[in-house]
Design a protein around this ligand. Structure first.
Ligand code: NOJ
Length: 723
């Protein structure tokens, strides 16, 4: 689906004229004001600041009446009547909370995410939001980083597709009224490469990795018309991202021609002092505006120093004017001058509607990943007599919301128990025991074990609280928190078949569970419809189809473990040089090199066979398109969706290339026995990388190609790119 959406990257000359006229009337202080974003609690004299034109935008404000009140001051009481922008974090839904973005990406269905983003933006817009601080498009290969929950996982190709879908969805909101919404891909850039997965930590990566892995989703977002971008907290190779002229000016403005607004992350300018990159706020202000930041989120620096810097000749006024021009252009494009106020009756009419809740359920079901299903224990049979539901997350109405939900309410959430009660056949008796708390606290293993012993099947709902992922919530240990592992072991020891439903904001390292339970369903933090989606999947009212977008490690020591790694000179799959007692290869003494579950992995209630790989273009020129196909057959007994993936490997280059790179994916629905030939058309121009001179190059030579069900398996062929 391609909804009509506004491309904020297209410049309209009539708007430029209006911007010119306004700019000419502005004092230096009023210009600086447009570059200041504050949050409401920050200053007691906010009203005065708005009245004096010292604020251009407000963040984290969702009360429509208050938004309108402040807007009235800006429009009716300030000298030039320039409306305010209202920016909010709408990360996975507004009041209709969808699964966390990492889960949403496991649908591998950009068109679905486009619809979900549209719903989120419509609900946010109805409450007065103009500016959405999303999507987070940071690639992340370290599940210790709590913010992996907010992104689309480890892969730049998939991440780019998801980024574009979200931009289209967000920026399509309210197209029928005079008002629009603008999106803000973040965090520019490489924030997800924080050392050791610790939030805000140092990022030190090569320029090539930056360009090949971390930049593409941003570029994709701008190609889809994203109108703003948020500069990150982290330093990148010694220069903080919010004062980094190389990424903000050279790449963003000069190479990509991005005309939109650059907003710093919250106090990221002030934090240049802690980075040891500026002695004081004045220097921080100068360094960040010179590097290319337009707007100071939180307003700790610009409002107090920018005008003085201009007067003292330390910052050219035209730099400030360019930034103001971008902000004013955005305000005109959003329709704020024509329609500054929000209809206070609108939100109730369009929020949390049946349609929105139904879409949330669809996304939720499709985001869950079936990781194991031994003996086809799932779907659960309707003829079981007693079902025990055990675990601290089984009847929880809060944690499924996931991190970052401004408007999410516990009362909207269906717990797993609610969901099961809604779908359970009458003949099945349900026993529920929490067994323990999520982290620490009381345990009740005896009752849990008794319930398990009395049941035919046990469903255990285990995992993380919502506060264990997200910003500033990194973990060094990725096992089950608290005493949940003990609870799991006690219940498994009963010998009853155990189905684990796992809720978390990240991949977990759970090899014991993977070995000992009969089935595992990764439910993530699925938002308000979590319970119903889990119940539908457990009882087969829906067939699992999600596939992982981030590898699950076996242990923390493997991290980073991701499919698109390099070969090394001593890869694990060669015989290797034997020295001392063993082959000297790139491997661990005490751990496998394989992830527990690879990127792209996910099971179904049916099975799919891959056959008849055909490389239809064994030789392609640089302007040609690789055409490759395979036959996918539903060999099971249920209709199901299969996410078919296409990977390539450039065997030899002027710089080394990953062992596999995703270049295409398609979701097909097949009835039992049905086959479909799935084609991939991959332009040779997309097979490149940043070469020796750091230019993007596609190098002639031999490639392998796979069509498969995940990054670990697939039918393999070969093709050649010729000059
Ligand atoms: C800090 C976070 O890093 C960013 O993602 C968010 O948009 C801002 N705070 C505003 O809440």
């Amino acid at each position: 689906m391609n909804t009509p959406h506004l491309r904020f990257t297209d410049i309209d000359p009539s708007i430029e004229e209006r911007v010119d006229t306004l700019l000419k009337q502005m004092t230096l202080e009023e210009k600086v004001g447009q570059l200041v974003q504050i949050n409401l609690g920050w200053r007691e004299d906010t009203d005065d600041w708005v009245r004096e034109g010292r604020v251009g935008s407000i963040l984290s404000l969702t009360d429509t009446q208050e938004i309108n009140r402040l807007q009235r001051i800006a429009v009716e009481e300030s000298r030039l009547g320039i409306p305010l922008l209202i920016g909010n974090d709408v990360i996975h839904g507004y009041r209709t909370v969808f699964p966390i973005p990492l889960a949403e990406s496991c649908t591998w269905e950009p068109a679905l995410l486009e619809r979900a983003s549209r719903v989120a933006a419509d609900e946010a817009a109805a409450s007065g939001t103009d500016w959405i601080f999303a999507p987070m498009v940071d690639i992340c290969r370290d599940p210790r980083w709590g913010r992996i929950a907010e992104g689309a996982g480890e892969d730049p190709f998939l991440g780019s597709a998801m980024a574009q879908a979200r931009i289209r969805g967000f920026q399509a909101a309210d197209l029928t009224s005079e008002r629009r919404i603008v999106a803000c891909p973040k965090h520019y850039v490489a924030y997800g490469a924080a050392e050791a997965g610790k939030d805000y930590n140092t990022v030190d990566i090569s320029e090539r990795t930056l360009r090949d892995v971390y930049l593409p989703p941003f570029k994709a977002a701008f190609d889809a018309g994203a109108g703003t971008v948020m500069s990150a907290f982290n330093e990148l190779n010694g220069i903080p991202a919010s004062a980094n002229a190389f990424t903000l000016r050279t790449i963003l403005r000069e190479e990509w021609g991005f005309p939109g607004v650059v907003l710093s992350d919250f106090d990221a300018i002030g934090e240049l002092i802690h980075h040891g990159f500026a002695e004081d706020h004045k220097t921080a202000t100068r360094k960040s505006i010179l590097a290319g930041v337009d707007v100071d989120m939180m307003g700790n620096a610009f409002p107090f120093h920018l005008a003085a810097l201009v007067r003292e000749g330390q910052t050219p006024e035209n730099l400030v004017e360019h930034a103001v021009r971008r902000v004013l252009r955005l305000k005109f494009m959003l329709g704020l001058f024509e329609a500054p106020y929000t209809d206070e009756s609108l939100a109730d009419q369009i929020t949390l509607t049946g349609e929105n809740r139904a879409l949330a359920l669809e996304v939720c079901r499709k985001s869950m990943v079936l990781l194991k299903n031994e003996g086809k224990i799932l779907p659960l049979s309707n003829s079981i007599e007693t079902l025990a539901v055990i675990g601290p997350l089984a009847d929880n109405h809060h944690e499924p919301l996931g991190c970052w939900t401004l408007q999410g309410r516990d009362e909207d959430v269906e717990s797993v128990l609610d969901g099961l009660q809604a779908v359970l056949p009458e003949n099945i008796t349900l026993l529920h025991v929490p067994g323990c708390e999520i982290e620490g606290g009381d345990v009740d293993f005896d009752r849990a074990v008794s319930a398990a012993l009395a049941a035919d099947v046990v469903v255990m709902v285990l995992g993380e609280s919502l506060m264990m992922s997200g910003e500033a919530h990194s973990r060094a240990h990725l096992d089950l928190p608290g005493r949940q592992q003990e609870l799991l072991e006690a219940v498994v020891a009963t010998g009853k078949p155990v189905v684990a439903v796992l809720m978390a904001g990240r991949p977990l390292a759970i090899p014991w569970m993977a070995e000992h339970v009969a089935a595992m369903l990764m439910a993530w933090h699925g938002g308000i419809r979590t319970g119903r989606a889990v119940a539908d999947l457990l009882f087969g009212n829906a067939v699992p189809s999600g596939k992982l977008t981030a590898s699950f490690p076996r242990s923390e020591g493997q991290i980073p473990v991701y499919y698109a790694h390099k070969s090394t000179g001593r890869p694990i799959d060669i015989r290797g040089i034997i020295q001392f007692d063993r082959a000297h290869k790139s491997q661990y003494l005490d751990e496998s090199s394989d992830p527990l579950f690879p990127f792209g992995f996910g099971l179904s209630y049916t099975t799919f066979a891959y056959s008849d790989l055909a490389v239809e273009t064994p030789e392609i020129g640089l302007d040609d398109t690789l055409v490759v196909s395979a036959k996918i057959t539903n060999t099971g007994e249920r209709t199901g969706d299969e996410i078919v993936q296409c990977y390539v490997r450039d065997l030899c280059g002027s710089v080394t290339r990953p062992v596999k790179e995703l270049k295409g994916f398609k979701k097909v629905t097949l009835t039992p026995g049905e086959s479909q030939i799935v084609h991939f058309e991959i332009p040779a121009r997309t097979l490149g990388f940043h070469g020796l001179t750091m230019d993007y190059v596609v190098e002639p030579g031999e490639f392998w190609v796979w069509i498969g069900a995940n990054a670990r398996e697939g039918l393999k062929g070969a093709f050649t790119v010729i000059a």
